[in-house]
Design a protein. Structure first.
Length: 81
């Protein structure tokens, strides 16, 4: 009886694992690679509003402001606060 039960459980486990195997559609990325992108030239029409939260207030008040200014020269439609 124990052998039969363990055999049934083993077969159930094997079937459950093979059922989750997938194998249908490909999920490969078809967009450009990082090497193909040209910063400031590609995707300049993007629009977005981003909010950055950080516990380093000294960085946000000084350095981060300069980063945002430089970024917005390349991508003016993306607002960062």
């Amino acid at each position: 009886m124990k052998k039969a039960l363990s055999l049934v459980l083993a077969l159930t486990l094997v079937l459950a694992l093979t059922a989750c195997g997938g194998g249908g559609k490909s999920t490969e990325y078809s967009g450009p690679s990082c090497a193909e992108l040209k910063v400031g030239e590609d995707y300049t029409g993007l629009t977005a509003e981003l909010r950055v939260i950080s516990h380093r207030t000294g960085l946000i008040d000084n350095t981060f402001v300069k980063y945002v200014e430089e970024f917005n020269k390349l991508y003016p439609n993306i607002k960062i606060s």
